[in-house]
Design a binder for this molecule. Sequence first.
Ligand code: AMP
Length: 120
Amino acid sequence: MSDTLFTKIINREIPADIVYEDDLSLAFRDIQPQAPVHLLIIPKKPIVTINDMQEEDKVLFGHLFYVARQLAGEMGFAEDGYRVVMNCNEHGGQSVYHVHLHLLAGKPLGWPPYTEKLKV
Ligand code: AMP
């Protein structure tokens, strides 16, 4: 299988504004930010979607959340608040098929993501 965009960022084959890296993960600024702070936190392991997560990946996914929490503290928006989101497949709005946690912050964020009226 050919490398995704995000594997190319991990391998420094294409540029990105990288803010954090460790053995398991990389965090960089989203190229089309949807909030004043919009980071993507990705595992170095190329897992395609949440549906492809294996039991052995549980700790790795927890690590992505831990990196989000650390960056929120270091970048100074932990107390004001922030959102972490992982989109899955078409209905979830996934466009890059290498799992990634969006970390959004810097202003009050809109909710809900679904705007059509729901039958209750
Ligand atoms: P998703 O739609 O959840 O799959 O999120 C993919 C995200 O990757 C989008 O928010 C894009 O703006 C972002 N993106 C795509 N290409 C790049 C890139 N080269 N560098 C940084 N972010 C990117």
